[in-house]
Design a protein around this ligand. Structure first.
Ligand code: IVH
Length: 687
């Protein structure tokens, strides 16, 4: 392929990929399959590698991220990012409308929009290309988070149509509910602190240093405000319609209102409708539509006079604290839960609220029998936001956090810098043991679903299982006929108690034994995840198994070699070493191995060539065209072996940007050939 041909093919592929991205992420109307899309992207990456002179900053291949930002540059906004004044009731909106009409002395049309609850962002485009993405900061200066924002698929990197040469567009980056739920589930598996709500998760993600990680988190964005030196249209609504045509994601949930009554209707509709949206909104924004009128109204020091935000009231209710329970989870963390006098909140009856940890109880100053205010905000479980001090019963005692585990009476401990009190009796505290087994059988782990829905509890109560290895000793006769009646609350109405009988009949027992047998084919990485080692979630387990493909290698790994693995830091390395230095754990793992559980990684790599046969390679640093995982896969496809640490036996080091200085020094000292990304591609003749 000649250079000219490559240039035009790269151009054509980029346009096509951008169009498919837009179809998928903005219009929700894909025209091709994921596989076809991946093929186009792969072709582009290969061509850009061969002809790096045609690789553009905004090429769709750059969406996977890989840039590391050590500290975000603080940059000035061309147009200050003002906030809106907030209102909480209809009278204040009426006053706003009166003010506007009085100042203008003419008819006004308003646009009502959703007030997205995320992180405000300003995007600058020059000649149709995304140049910069900056957070709000203090309104005058914000952080340049361009590398991270480039990974958000619904944000166009290149525009189409009749866009102006220079403009800024503002919007909100948010975390969709489904992705947020998955994020917190993964963090729970990994023993990491959960994000309190999608907004915190969005803002935390935007500030991550590795944009490849941001790409995995799947943020999304709505744009809602154009600011440009030239007028793009006569009014706000039309300017957004234009932006939509250039490729931006604009919400269709907007309304033109000429009467104040229509504004109230919009507010009331969305106060209910917000519960079915797949993302959080915290109110409604009302804007004067006409740009000439907007200019006439102008700004105060803090906010535009032509717009106002109506904030939804968080659903709140007043009730009484009955008692506080302390629940012990799989990892031993003790969570205080308040039992409340049942109260109606946001359409459901609430009987319990989380108190999170000891600090929260302290901050609330919670006393026995207190009257409390519960709120259902962005969080799923209601929480107590305050105590009504005036209604406190005289002489009532402050709620104390317990000192001993409520399940096994072991003295609780609190690690430095951690919020939770932990029961350290990992190996015999009942809920921890039960929790470990429940985690082991779960779908993403060993997938022994036929043991779900309380059956583990029955086995545990009957002293048939104590740890995960005991599951494989279970016999037909042990199980047949076991039963228990579970008393549960209707999730819609916890005042309604339901009884559910779980019994081990012939068919159930057969299914259980069959799924235990099937679980012997579950690959090593999922087995490792299933063991429930603290901080070892699905992704970490995969990384560990890639670096240490057999159990023996993993057990033998020291802290240094563990930390050489991608994404494995101090804390995870310590936790893995801790786990395998425990005698009980080793004996469980050995029993599992004897039962035929997989403790070795099988490779499913398709061999492309033998160029790297017998060679050991270390991949280190950040790369332009591939993620480290992709490079490792390519190495295996060409017969090479990936090793995590440099030694005299290493043949090549494939070095990207930001490779650690210690590694580099070691490679140079041992005279190991260091390949750049391009040299590596040349070596394996990837074309
Ligand atoms: S307009 C000059 N529209 O709410 C006015 N803001 O305090 C520009 N927000 O900082 C803002 N949804 O982060 C506007 N549809 C919407 C919005 C919206 C959410 C946020 C934005 C702003 C804050 C207002």
């Amino acid at each position: 392929m000649t250079s000219d041909e490559a240039k035009s093919r790269i151009h054509k592929l980029s346009e096509e990929i951008n169009r498919h991205n837009h179809n998928y992420y903005v219009l929700d109307r894909p025209e091709i399959t994921d596989y076809q899309f991946d093929m186009l992207l792969q072709e582009l990456i290969v061509l850009e590698n061969k002809f790096p002179e045609f690789l553009e900053e905004n090429s769709p291949s750059q969406r996977v991220g890989g840039t590391i930002t050590k500290s975000f540059e603080n940059v000035a906004h061309k147009f200050p990012m003002l906030s809106l004044s907030n209102t909480y009731n209809e009278e204040e909106i009426q006053e706003f409308d009166e003010r506007v009409r009085k100042l203008l002395g003419e008819k006004v049309e308003y646009i009502c929009e959703l007030k997205f609850d995320g992180v405000a962002i300003s995007l600058t485009y020059e000649h149709g290309q995304l140049k910069r993405a900056v957070t709000r900061g203090d309104g005058n200066k914000g952080d340049d988070v361009t590398a991270n924002v480039r990974t958000i698929k619904s944000i166009p990197l290149k525009l189409t149509g009749d866009f102006p040469d220079f403009f800024e567009i503002r919007g909100e980056i948010y975390y969709p509910h489904a992705n947020f739920k998955k994020l917190n589930e993964d963090r729970l598996d990994e023993g990491l602190q959960l994000f309190a709500n999608p907004r915190n998760a969005a803002s935390g993600t935007l500030k991550m240093q590795d944009s490849a990680e941001v790409a995995k988190r799947k943020l999304d964005c709505f744009l809602y405000y154009m600011s440009s030196d030239i007028d793009i249209a006569d009014n706000h609504y039309d300017s957004l319609l234009k932006a939509k045509n250039w490729g931006f994601r604009i919400s269709s949930n907007m309304a033109k209102c000429n009467q104040i009554q229509e504004i109230f209707e919009f507010i009331n509709d969305w106060n209910i409708g917000r519960r079915s949206l797949p993302f959080d909104i915290d109110g409604i924004v009302i804007k004067v539509n006409n740009f000439k009128q907007q200019r006439e109204l102008g700004f105060t020091a803090k906010s535009p006079r032509w717009a106002i935000a109506y904030k939804f009231k968080a659903d709140e209710a007043r009730t009484k604290l009955l008692s506080v329970d302390f629940q012990v989870g799989r990892t031993g963390a003790v969570t205080p839960v308040a039992n409340l006098e049942p109260v109606l909140l946001a359409g459901t009856i609430v009987k319990r609220a989380t108190l999170h940890n000891a600090d929260v109880i302290q901050q609330l100053g919670l006393h026995e029998n207190d009257t409390v205010i519960v709120e259902k905000g962005g969080e799923i479980i209601p929480k107590i936001i305050s105590v009504v001090d005036e209604l406190r019963t005289a002489g009532s005692k402050q709620v104390q956090f317990i000192e001993k585990c409520p399940e096994c009476a072991t003295t609780l401990v609190r690690n430095n810098g951690e919020a939770a009190w932990i029961c350290p009796n990992t190996y015999s505290c009942p809920p921890q043991l039960k929790g470990k087994i429940e985690h082991f059988i779960s779908r993403k782990a060993m997938n022994i679903e036929s043991l779900g829905e309380g059956k583990v509890e029955i086995l545990f109560d009957n002293k048939l299982v104590y740890n995960v290895a005991d599951l494989y000793d279970l016999k037909y006769v042990d199980l047949l006929g076991l039963e228990k009646v579970f008393v549960t609350e209707d999730p819609e109405n916890p005042l309604v108690i339901k009884e559910r009988k779980v019994s081990f009949q012939k068919k159930t027992v057969e299914n259980i034994l069959q799924s235990l047998e099937n679980s012997k084919n579950v690959p090593f990485s999922r087995v490792l995840f299933a063991l429930g080692i603290r901080f070892v979630g699905e992704t970490v387990a995969k990384k560990l198994v890639e670096a240490f493909p057999t159990l023996e290698q993993l057990i033998a790994a020291n802290k240094e070699s563990l930390m050489e693995v991608d994404e494995i830091g101090d804390r995870i390395a310590d936790s893995v070493i801790d786990f395998f230095s425990n005698h009980d754990n080793i004996s469980i793992v050995e029993r599992l191995k004897d039962f035929g559980i997989q403790f070795e990684q099988e490779t499913s790599i398709i061999r492309i060539s033998n160029i790297l046969e017998g060679k050991s390679l270390v991949v280190s640093g950040v790369f332009t065209n591939f993620s480290r995982d992709q490079l490792k896969e390519i190495i295996e496809q060409h017969g090479g072996k990936n090793v995590s640490s440099i030694s005299a036996k290493t043949d090549f080091v494939v070095a990207g940007e930001n490779m650690g200085p210690a590694k580099l020094e070691k490679a140079v000292k041992l005279k190991i050939k260091i390949l750049s990304e391009e040299e590596f591609i040349q070596l394996i003749q990837l074309d």
